[in-house]
Design a protein around this ligand. Sequence first.
Ligand SMILES: [Mn+2]
Length: 414
Amino acid sequence: MKVLHTSDWHLGHVLYNYDRSEEQHAFLRQMAEIVREERPDVMVVSGDVYHYANPSTAAQKLFTEGLLAIHEECEEMTIVVTAGNHDSGQKVEVESSLWRHFGIYVIGGVHRDGEGVDIGRHIVEVRGGDGRLKGYVAAVPHIYPNNFPALDGDTGREGRQERFFQKMLDTIKERNAEGLPVVLMAHLAVGGSDTTGHDDTIGGMEYTDIKELGEGYDYLALGHIHRPQTLAYRGRNVRYSGSPIPVSFDECYTHSVTIVEVRGNEVSEIRTIEIENPIPLVTVPDTAAPFSEALDRLTSFPEERCAYVRLNVSADAYLPADCNELASKAVEGKECRFCYIRIERGRSSTAESTGRITVEEMKEISPMEIARMYYRDSTGEEMDEELASLMDDVIKRVRTEAADCCIGDEETKI
Ligand SMILES: [Mn+2]
């Protein structure tokens, strides 16, 4: 079974007030080409289809038309899309019954039927053009560990996630007498993964132990962490395909989608196909420099070069009050788009020297990190894990509400 694994499309993402639909279009066009050439049996999109829980109509149109165009390149290919933490599960599912007519399964959340949790909804059979069964996909959207539904005999909340995954994989095992390939999809951060370039790396991410995702799959197609990576776990094949388009300037690595070949219960091949972004995210200069030097570099940035630019400034001295205007002026008449000034917080950063942080610095720090910093300042101690997890919960809630009411405003961090 040939699998095209991707995740974290973040359609509709607005970067510092710049609309990114050109890049998102370009990505979807590349996906259609990849599908035409590779002709996979199944394409799995492991969450974060949209960037905002309340996507704009333009973003929804992009998704509908893009997905349909991908489908048309290989009509017998099964497509499975799950919701990520950025998506509203209910919203992405709105047209799922329509999608089913095209062999496309969109799974936003857990449903109940008369007998309880409808596990069968999460199990997708992958069939070839001749109708022959080729394998299974077990599709789990993003669900907070404590929000997994109670299964028969469940009393406490503890361990519900693990029981849900295992129940689903056991159900497949009962059906899968031929030992066909099983792909498991999930949208979460597993322990031991490399979160470089991902916001909220400090305390803001909840990690799940891979063993909680159960036994009985041949390939684990993960979403959530944007850096592509294959994880070593007891001989299992576990992978994040990563985001195909960089969502932040810190995602400075090659972006791609993954092709996986599963034969029986063995993964015989994992390779990546690079996605080219017509408008790259560029940091000027590469290493932080004093403001005036960085500004000179920006002034000499090639006129015709299409890019988003952030200015990389070392914070050894105060920045001029009109630094943003100066930077905007420096790119006037150029093709590139100035986004913001990154301030490298060295030993002499304002936070260290005055106990305060500037607005620019604050933009660089996750809310969790700020909370930890203030806790440390006011108590002289580190925030304990219980408080950190409560704080994390609050931050997530605020984000969900913010995403619901102000679409396309400031960049929402992950
Ligand atoms: Mn994501």
